[in-house]
Design a protein around this ligand. Structure first.
Ligand code: FCB
Length: 456
Protein backbone atom coordinates (compact mmCIF):
# COMPACT_ATOMS: atom_id res chain seq x y z
CA UNK A 1 0.00 0.00 0.00
CA UNK A 2 1.11 3.57 -0.71
CA UNK A 3 -0.13 6.72 0.94
CA UNK A 4 -2.94 8.66 -0.74
CA UNK A 5 -1.67 10.41 -3.89
CA UNK A 6 -2.22 13.86 -2.37
CA UNK A 7 -0.34 13.02 0.85
CA UNK A 8 2.21 15.73 1.70
CA UNK A 9 5.77 14.71 2.55
CA UNK A 10 7.64 17.63 4.03
CA UNK A 11 10.45 18.83 6.24
CA UNK A 12 10.36 21.51 8.93
CA UNK A 13 12.46 24.14 10.67
CA UNK A 14 11.91 27.39 12.56
CA UNK A 15 13.28 30.90 12.18
CA UNK A 16 15.30 31.37 15.37
CA UNK A 17 16.75 27.87 15.13
CA UNK A 18 18.31 28.27 11.68
CA UNK A 19 18.31 31.84 10.35
CA UNK A 20 21.05 33.56 12.32
CA UNK A 21 21.51 37.13 11.06
CA UNK A 22 20.18 38.21 14.43
CA UNK A 23 21.03 41.88 14.00
CA UNK A 24 21.09 42.03 10.22
CA UNK A 25 18.90 44.24 8.01
CA UNK A 26 17.05 45.81 10.91
CA UNK A 27 15.83 42.73 12.80
CA UNK A 28 14.80 43.52 16.37
CA UNK A 29 15.57 41.31 19.38
CA UNK A 30 13.28 38.49 20.43
CA UNK A 31 12.88 36.91 23.84
CA UNK A 32 15.15 34.10 22.64
CA UNK A 33 17.98 36.53 21.79
CA UNK A 34 17.79 37.99 25.26
CA UNK A 35 17.42 34.65 27.05
CA UNK A 36 20.18 32.86 25.16
CA UNK A 37 22.62 35.66 25.98
CA UNK A 38 21.98 35.31 29.72
CA UNK A 39 24.86 33.21 31.07
CA UNK A 40 23.89 29.72 32.13
CA UNK A 41 20.54 29.50 30.42
CA UNK A 42 21.59 27.46 27.40
CA UNK A 43 23.97 24.53 27.03
CA UNK A 44 27.50 26.02 26.94
CA UNK A 45 25.92 29.45 26.43
CA UNK A 46 25.11 28.80 22.79
CA UNK A 47 22.81 31.27 21.04
CA UNK A 48 21.16 31.80 17.67
CA UNK A 49 23.18 34.80 16.45
CA UNK A 50 24.53 32.83 13.49
CA UNK A 51 22.87 29.41 13.79
CA UNK A 52 22.85 27.80 10.30
CA UNK A 53 23.18 31.21 8.63
CA UNK A 54 20.11 30.22 6.64
CA UNK A 55 19.31 33.92 6.15
CA UNK A 56 22.27 34.12 3.77
CA UNK A 57 22.35 30.50 2.59
CA UNK A 58 18.68 29.84 1.95
CA UNK A 59 19.24 29.23 -1.78
CA UNK A 60 21.61 26.34 -1.04
CA UNK A 61 19.19 24.97 1.54
CA UNK A 62 16.25 25.13 -0.85
CA UNK A 63 18.33 23.33 -3.49
CA UNK A 64 19.07 20.55 -1.00
CA UNK A 65 15.37 20.25 -0.21
CA UNK A 66 14.57 20.06 -3.88
CA UNK A 67 17.12 17.28 -4.43
CA UNK A 68 15.59 15.43 -1.49
CA UNK A 69 12.23 15.62 -3.23
CA UNK A 70 10.56 17.45 -0.34
CA UNK A 71 7.08 18.41 -1.43
CA UNK A 72 6.60 20.97 1.30
CA UNK A 73 8.69 22.98 3.73
CA UNK A 74 7.34 24.16 7.04
CA UNK A 75 9.14 27.38 7.93
CA UNK A 76 8.41 30.00 10.52
CA UNK A 77 8.60 33.77 10.27
CA UNK A 78 10.53 35.84 12.74
CA UNK A 79 8.06 38.40 14.06
CA UNK A 80 10.85 40.81 15.18
CA UNK A 81 12.50 40.58 11.76
CA UNK A 82 9.27 41.88 10.25
CA UNK A 83 8.18 44.23 13.05
CA UNK A 84 11.31 45.04 15.12
CA UNK A 85 9.23 46.66 17.88
CA UNK A 86 6.52 44.03 17.63
CA UNK A 87 3.93 46.55 16.45
CA UNK A 88 3.92 49.55 14.15
CA UNK A 89 6.92 50.07 11.89
CA UNK A 90 7.42 47.38 9.25
CA UNK A 91 10.99 46.38 8.43
CA UNK A 92 10.79 45.99 4.67
CA UNK A 93 14.17 44.31 4.40
CA UNK A 94 13.11 41.61 6.83
CA UNK A 95 9.86 41.00 5.03
CA UNK A 96 11.74 40.88 1.72
CA UNK A 97 13.73 37.89 2.99
CA UNK A 98 10.56 35.81 3.32
CA UNK A 99 9.38 37.07 -0.05
CA UNK A 100 12.58 35.71 -1.64
CA UNK A 101 12.40 32.48 0.32
CA UNK A 102 8.80 31.80 -0.71
CA UNK A 103 9.61 32.53 -4.35
CA UNK A 104 12.59 30.24 -4.37
CA UNK A 105 10.61 27.44 -2.72
CA UNK A 106 7.86 27.75 -5.30
CA UNK A 107 10.41 27.84 -8.11
CA UNK A 108 11.81 24.57 -6.72
CA UNK A 109 8.35 22.98 -6.66
CA UNK A 110 8.20 23.03 -2.84
CA UNK A 111 5.01 24.22 -1.15
CA UNK A 112 5.66 26.64 1.72
CA UNK A 113 3.74 25.90 4.93
CA UNK A 114 4.21 28.98 7.08
CA UNK A 115 4.08 29.21 10.88
CA UNK A 116 3.49 32.76 12.09
CA UNK A 117 4.89 32.26 15.56
CA UNK A 118 7.48 29.70 16.62
CA UNK A 119 8.45 31.20 20.00
CA UNK A 120 10.57 34.24 19.04
CA UNK A 121 8.33 36.93 20.54
CA UNK A 122 9.63 40.47 19.97
CA UNK A 123 11.34 41.56 23.18
CA UNK A 124 9.49 44.88 22.93
CA UNK A 125 6.22 42.99 23.45
CA UNK A 126 7.67 40.99 26.31
CA UNK A 127 8.27 44.34 28.02
CA UNK A 128 4.60 45.20 27.44
CA UNK A 129 3.34 42.10 29.23
CA UNK A 130 3.48 39.52 26.44
CA UNK A 131 0.68 36.93 26.62
CA UNK A 132 -0.72 38.24 29.89
CA UNK A 133 -1.66 41.49 28.15
CA UNK A 134 -4.91 41.05 26.25
CA UNK A 135 -3.68 43.54 23.67
CA UNK A 136 -1.55 40.75 22.26
CA UNK A 137 -4.62 39.58 20.37
CA UNK A 138 -4.49 42.82 18.36
CA UNK A 139 -0.68 42.84 18.13
CA UNK A 140 -0.72 39.35 16.66
CA UNK A 141 -3.58 40.22 14.35
CA UNK A 142 -1.77 43.31 13.05
CA UNK A 143 1.44 41.34 12.48
CA UNK A 144 -0.56 38.69 10.62
CA UNK A 145 -2.09 41.36 8.39
CA UNK A 146 1.37 42.59 7.35
CA UNK A 147 2.43 39.05 6.54
CA UNK A 148 -0.77 38.12 4.72
CA UNK A 149 -0.59 41.23 2.56
CA UNK A 150 2.93 40.34 1.48
CA UNK A 151 2.84 36.55 1.18
CA UNK A 152 -0.87 35.75 0.99
CA UNK A 153 -0.90 35.69 -2.79
CA UNK A 154 1.43 32.67 -2.78
CA UNK A 155 1.23 30.97 0.61
CA UNK A 156 -1.81 28.71 0.97
CA UNK A 157 -0.90 26.74 4.12
CA UNK A 158 -0.63 28.46 7.47
CA UNK A 159 -0.08 27.59 11.08
CA UNK A 160 -0.64 30.39 13.55
CA UNK A 161 1.26 29.27 16.65
CA UNK A 162 3.69 26.45 17.39
CA UNK A 163 3.10 24.32 20.49
CA UNK A 164 1.09 26.57 22.82
CA UNK A 165 1.84 24.47 25.93
CA UNK A 166 5.56 24.91 25.38
CA UNK A 167 5.21 28.67 24.89
CA UNK A 168 3.33 29.19 28.13
CA UNK A 169 4.42 26.10 30.08
CA UNK A 170 8.17 26.19 29.57
CA UNK A 171 8.45 29.93 28.89
CA UNK A 172 6.18 31.46 31.53
CA UNK A 173 5.36 28.78 34.10
CA UNK A 174 8.42 26.57 34.52
CA UNK A 175 10.91 29.19 33.35
CA UNK A 176 13.06 26.78 31.36
CA UNK A 177 12.62 28.47 27.97
CA UNK A 178 12.62 32.13 27.03
CA UNK A 179 11.70 34.45 28.62
CA UNK A 180 12.40 32.27 31.66
CA UNK A 181 9.50 33.44 33.83
CA UNK A 182 7.78 31.56 36.62
CA UNK A 183 4.35 33.11 36.69
CA UNK A 184 1.50 31.73 38.75
CA UNK A 185 -0.81 29.06 37.38
CA UNK A 186 -3.58 31.64 37.28
CA UNK A 187 -1.53 34.09 35.20
CA UNK A 188 -0.53 31.30 32.85
CA UNK A 189 -4.13 30.24 32.29
CA UNK A 190 -4.95 33.85 31.45
CA UNK A 191 -1.97 34.00 29.09
CA UNK A 192 -3.07 30.79 27.43
CA UNK A 193 -6.56 32.18 26.90
CA UNK A 194 -5.09 35.25 25.19
CA UNK A 195 -2.82 33.02 23.12
CA UNK A 196 -5.78 31.03 21.86
CA UNK A 197 -7.65 34.23 21.05
CA UNK A 198 -4.60 35.47 19.15
CA UNK A 199 -4.74 32.26 17.13
CA UNK A 200 -8.40 32.95 16.33
CA UNK A 201 -7.73 36.54 15.35
CA UNK A 202 -4.86 35.52 13.08
CA UNK A 203 -7.06 32.91 11.44
CA UNK A 204 -9.68 35.57 10.66
CA UNK A 205 -7.06 37.93 9.30
CA UNK A 206 -5.49 35.28 7.08
CA UNK A 207 -8.85 34.33 5.59
CA UNK A 208 -9.75 37.97 4.99
CA UNK A 209 -6.45 39.00 3.39
CA UNK A 210 -4.92 36.00 1.59
CA UNK A 211 -5.85 35.44 -2.01
CA UNK A 212 -8.07 32.43 -2.71
CA UNK A 213 -8.75 29.50 -0.40
CA UNK A 214 -6.19 28.73 2.26
CA UNK A 215 -5.69 26.04 4.87
CA UNK A 216 -5.11 27.13 8.47
CA UNK A 217 -4.33 25.36 11.72
CA UNK A 218 -1.93 25.58 14.61
CA UNK A 219 0.73 23.10 15.64
CA UNK A 220 -0.36 21.41 18.85
CA UNK A 221 1.72 18.95 20.82
CA UNK A 222 1.43 16.47 23.65
CA UNK A 223 2.90 13.27 25.01
CA UNK A 224 1.16 10.24 23.57
CA UNK A 225 -0.72 7.74 25.67
CA UNK A 226 -0.32 4.32 24.12
CA UNK A 227 -2.74 1.61 25.24
CA UNK A 228 -0.79 -1.20 26.90
CA UNK A 229 -2.89 -3.79 25.05
CA UNK A 230 -5.57 -3.68 22.38
CA UNK A 231 -8.29 -4.35 24.99
CA UNK A 232 -11.22 -1.94 24.99
CA UNK A 233 -10.49 -1.08 28.62
CA UNK A 234 -6.86 -0.14 27.98
CA UNK A 235 -7.78 1.89 24.91
CA UNK A 236 -10.46 3.77 26.86
CA UNK A 237 -8.03 4.40 29.73
CA UNK A 238 -5.36 5.76 27.40
CA UNK A 239 -7.88 8.02 25.68
CA UNK A 240 -9.19 9.33 29.00
CA UNK A 241 -5.71 10.07 30.29
CA UNK A 242 -4.70 11.75 27.02
CA UNK A 243 -7.59 14.22 27.10
CA UNK A 244 -7.79 14.71 30.88
CA UNK A 245 -7.73 18.33 32.07
CA UNK A 246 -7.20 18.31 35.81
CA UNK A 247 -3.45 18.76 36.38
CA UNK A 248 -2.39 22.23 37.54
CA UNK A 249 0.17 22.65 34.82
CA UNK A 250 0.21 23.71 31.19
CA UNK A 251 0.34 20.17 29.77
CA UNK A 252 -3.36 19.34 29.53
CA UNK A 253 -3.83 18.64 25.83
CA UNK A 254 -7.58 19.23 25.81
CA UNK A 255 -7.11 22.63 27.49
CA UNK A 256 -5.52 23.78 24.24
CA UNK A 257 -7.32 21.66 21.69
CA UNK A 258 -10.95 21.63 22.87
CA UNK A 259 -11.57 25.39 22.64
CA UNK A 260 -10.05 25.55 19.16
CA UNK A 261 -11.99 22.57 17.81
CA UNK A 262 -15.06 22.33 20.02
CA UNK A 263 -15.63 25.92 21.10
CA UNK A 264 -15.31 25.42 24.86
CA UNK A 265 -12.74 24.56 27.51
CA UNK A 266 -12.97 21.01 28.86
CA UNK A 267 -15.84 21.02 31.38
CA UNK A 268 -13.72 19.37 34.09
CA UNK A 269 -11.24 22.29 33.96
CA UNK A 270 -13.55 24.72 35.77
CA UNK A 271 -13.91 22.31 38.67
CA UNK A 272 -10.24 21.43 38.83
CA UNK A 273 -8.90 24.98 38.45
CA UNK A 274 -11.57 26.88 40.42
CA UNK A 275 -10.68 30.53 41.00
CA UNK A 276 -7.65 30.23 38.74
CA UNK A 277 -9.90 29.95 35.67
CA UNK A 278 -9.82 33.06 33.49
CA UNK A 279 -13.04 34.93 32.82
CA UNK A 280 -14.17 33.61 29.46
CA UNK A 281 -16.93 35.20 27.41
CA UNK A 282 -18.92 33.66 24.57
CA UNK A 283 -17.32 36.17 22.23
CA UNK A 284 -13.85 35.00 23.31
CA UNK A 285 -14.78 31.39 22.62
CA UNK A 286 -16.24 32.25 19.27
CA UNK A 287 -13.01 33.95 18.31
CA UNK A 288 -10.91 30.98 19.44
CA UNK A 289 -13.07 28.48 17.57
CA UNK A 290 -12.69 29.97 14.11
CA UNK A 291 -13.12 27.13 11.65
CA UNK A 292 -9.77 25.57 10.79
CA UNK A 293 -8.92 23.09 8.06
CA UNK A 294 -6.74 20.45 9.67
CA UNK A 295 -5.27 19.58 13.03
CA UNK A 296 -1.53 20.24 13.06
CA UNK A 297 0.27 18.08 15.60
CA UNK A 298 3.91 17.66 16.64
CA UNK A 299 4.42 14.05 17.74
CA UNK A 300 7.55 12.72 19.38
CA UNK A 301 7.18 10.50 22.38
CA UNK A 302 4.85 8.74 24.77
CA UNK A 303 4.32 5.96 27.27
CA UNK A 304 2.03 3.02 27.89
CA UNK A 305 -1.22 3.41 29.79
CA UNK A 306 -3.47 0.65 31.07
CA UNK A 307 -6.78 0.39 32.87
CA UNK A 308 -6.99 -0.37 36.56
CA UNK A 309 -9.80 -2.77 37.54
CA UNK A 310 -12.15 0.23 37.94
CA UNK A 311 -11.22 1.49 34.45
CA UNK A 312 -9.18 4.47 35.62
CA UNK A 313 -5.88 4.99 33.79
CA UNK A 314 -2.44 4.25 35.14
CA UNK A 315 0.99 4.49 33.53
CA UNK A 316 2.65 1.15 32.93
CA UNK A 317 5.70 1.14 35.20
CA UNK A 318 8.92 1.21 33.22
CA UNK A 319 7.38 2.34 29.96
CA UNK A 320 9.13 5.71 30.45
CA UNK A 321 11.99 4.06 32.20
CA UNK A 322 15.60 3.13 32.65
CA UNK A 323 17.27 1.79 29.53
CA UNK A 324 14.48 2.71 27.11
CA UNK A 325 15.62 3.41 23.59
CA UNK A 326 15.90 7.20 23.32
CA UNK A 327 17.33 10.09 21.42
CA UNK A 328 19.96 12.24 23.08
CA UNK A 329 17.28 14.49 24.57
CA UNK A 330 15.99 12.99 27.79
CA UNK A 331 12.33 13.30 26.81
CA UNK A 332 12.71 11.60 23.45
CA UNK A 333 11.78 8.06 24.42
CA UNK A 334 11.18 6.09 21.25
CA UNK A 335 7.51 5.21 21.10
CA UNK A 336 6.75 4.28 17.49
CA UNK A 337 3.05 3.69 18.07
CA UNK A 338 2.80 7.34 19.09
CA UNK A 339 1.91 8.37 15.55
CA UNK A 340 -0.81 5.73 15.26
CA UNK A 341 -2.52 6.57 18.55
CA UNK A 342 -2.12 10.33 18.23
CA UNK A 343 -3.73 10.32 14.80
CA UNK A 344 -6.51 7.99 15.89
CA UNK A 345 -7.40 9.71 19.18
CA UNK A 346 -7.14 13.22 17.76
CA UNK A 347 -9.24 12.45 14.72
CA UNK A 348 -11.88 10.64 16.80
CA UNK A 349 -12.34 13.70 19.00
CA UNK A 350 -11.86 16.59 16.59
CA UNK A 351 -12.89 15.11 13.21
CA UNK A 352 -10.41 17.03 11.04
CA UNK A 353 -7.62 15.64 8.86
CA UNK A 354 -4.45 15.33 10.93
CA UNK A 355 -1.11 16.64 9.72
CA UNK A 356 2.04 15.67 11.61
CA UNK A 357 3.67 19.08 11.55
CA UNK A 358 6.74 17.69 13.35
CA UNK A 359 8.31 14.37 14.22
CA UNK A 360 12.00 13.55 14.43
CA UNK A 361 14.97 12.02 16.17
CA UNK A 362 18.09 13.61 17.69
CA UNK A 363 21.56 12.21 18.07
CA UNK A 364 25.22 13.27 18.11
CA UNK A 365 25.70 12.78 14.37
CA UNK A 366 29.11 13.67 12.90
CA UNK A 367 30.89 13.32 9.58
CA UNK A 368 32.54 9.91 9.40
CA UNK A 369 35.96 9.08 7.97
CA UNK A 370 34.40 8.32 4.60
CA UNK A 371 32.99 11.85 4.46
CA UNK A 372 29.40 10.72 5.00
CA UNK A 373 27.06 10.92 7.97
CA UNK A 374 25.75 7.47 8.85
CA UNK A 375 22.67 7.72 11.04
CA UNK A 376 21.06 4.29 11.18
CA UNK A 377 19.24 5.13 14.40
CA UNK A 378 17.33 7.92 12.65
CA UNK A 379 16.41 5.66 9.76
CA UNK A 380 15.18 3.01 12.17
CA UNK A 381 13.20 5.63 14.08
CA UNK A 382 11.61 6.87 10.88
CA UNK A 383 10.72 3.41 9.63
CA UNK A 384 8.97 2.68 12.91
CA UNK A 385 7.08 5.95 13.33
CA UNK A 386 6.10 6.13 9.69
CA UNK A 387 5.06 2.48 9.71
CA UNK A 388 2.69 3.25 12.59
CA UNK A 389 1.40 6.30 10.73
CA UNK A 390 0.82 4.10 7.70
CA UNK A 391 -1.24 1.76 9.83
CA UNK A 392 -3.48 4.66 10.83
CA UNK A 393 -3.92 5.61 7.17
CA UNK A 394 -4.63 1.98 6.23
CA UNK A 395 -7.39 1.93 8.85
CA UNK A 396 -8.96 5.03 7.36
CA UNK A 397 -7.72 7.74 9.72
CA UNK A 398 -7.30 10.82 7.52
CA UNK A 399 -3.65 11.72 7.97
CA UNK A 400 -2.91 14.28 5.27
CA UNK A 401 0.78 15.03 5.71
CA UNK A 402 4.02 14.49 7.55
CA UNK A 403 6.88 16.94 8.21
CA UNK A 404 10.19 15.59 9.43
CA UNK A 405 11.83 17.69 12.14
CA UNK A 406 14.22 18.93 11.02
CA UNK A 407 15.48 19.51 7.54
CA UNK A 408 18.90 20.34 9.01
CA UNK A 409 20.68 20.34 12.34
CA UNK A 410 19.96 23.53 14.25
CA UNK A 411 19.77 25.45 17.52
CA UNK A 412 17.79 23.13 19.77
CA UNK A 413 16.63 25.79 22.25
CA UNK A 414 17.94 25.09 25.76
CA UNK A 415 20.24 22.38 24.45
CA UNK A 416 22.00 24.68 22.01
CA UNK A 417 23.69 22.87 19.12
CA UNK A 418 24.31 19.71 21.14
CA UNK A 419 21.44 17.61 19.85
CA UNK A 420 21.13 17.14 16.10
CA UNK A 421 17.76 16.43 14.52
CA UNK A 422 18.58 17.12 10.88
CA UNK A 423 18.41 15.05 7.73
CA UNK A 424 21.26 17.36 6.72
CA UNK A 425 24.31 17.71 8.94
CA UNK A 426 25.57 21.23 9.57
CA UNK A 427 29.18 21.96 10.48
CA UNK A 428 28.69 25.11 12.55
CA UNK A 429 32.33 26.21 12.09
CA UNK A 430 32.29 26.15 8.30
CA UNK A 431 28.52 26.07 7.60
CA UNK A 432 29.14 23.08 5.34
CA UNK A 433 26.00 21.02 4.75
CA UNK A 434 26.30 17.23 4.43
CA UNK A 435 23.21 15.16 3.68
CA UNK A 436 23.00 12.25 6.13
CA UNK A 437 22.09 8.68 5.15
CA UNK A 438 18.57 9.42 6.40
CA UNK A 439 18.29 12.22 3.82
CA UNK A 440 18.65 9.66 1.04
CA UNK A 441 16.36 7.20 2.81
CA UNK A 442 13.65 9.87 3.13
CA UNK A 443 14.20 10.88 -0.49
CA UNK A 444 13.49 7.29 -1.59
CA UNK A 445 10.48 7.10 0.67
CA UNK A 446 9.01 10.26 -0.87
CA UNK A 447 9.71 8.95 -4.39
CA UNK A 448 7.75 5.76 -3.69
CA UNK A 449 5.10 7.54 -1.60
CA UNK A 450 5.89 5.16 1.23
CA UNK A 451 5.03 2.06 -0.78
CA UNK A 452 7.90 0.01 0.58
CA UNK A 453 7.38 0.98 4.20
CA UNK A 454 6.12 -1.91 6.31
CA UNK A 455 2.90 -1.26 8.21
CA UNK A 456 3.73 -1.42 11.94
C1 FCB B 1 9.56 20.89 19.22
C2 FCB B 1 9.80 22.27 18.67
C3 FCB B 1 10.89 22.34 17.63
C4 FCB B 1 12.06 21.45 17.99
C5 FCB B 1 11.59 20.07 18.34
C6 FCB B 1 12.69 19.10 18.67
O1 FCB B 1 8.99 20.99 20.48
O2 FCB B 1 8.62 22.78 18.10
O3 FCB B 1 11.25 23.68 17.48
O4 FCB B 1 12.83 22.02 18.96
O5 FCB B 1 10.70 20.11 19.42
Amino acid sequence: MSFPPDFTWGVAAAAYQIEGAAATDGRGPSVWDVFSHEPGKIFEDHHGDVACDHYHRYAEDVALMREMGAQAYRLSLSWPRILPEGTGRVNDKGLAFYDRLVDSLLAAGITPWVTLFHWDLPQALQLRGAWCNREIVDWFGDYTAVVADKLGDRVKHWMTINEPPVVIGLGYHEGMFAPGQKLSFRECLLGSHHLLMAHGRATQVLRARCRGPIKVSLAHTGRERIPATQSAADIAAARRDYFACTAKNMWNLSWWMDPVHLGHYPPEAAEAFGADMPKVTDADLKLIAQPIDFTGYNCYSGWLVRARPDGSPENVPGSWGIGNPRGTLSWLHIAPDATYWAARFIHERYRLPVVFTENGYCNTDFVHLDGRVHDPQRIDFLARYLGAMKRAVAEGVPVAGYFYWSVMDNFEWKEGYKDRFGLIHVDYQTQKRTPKDSYFWYRDLIRTNGANLPTA
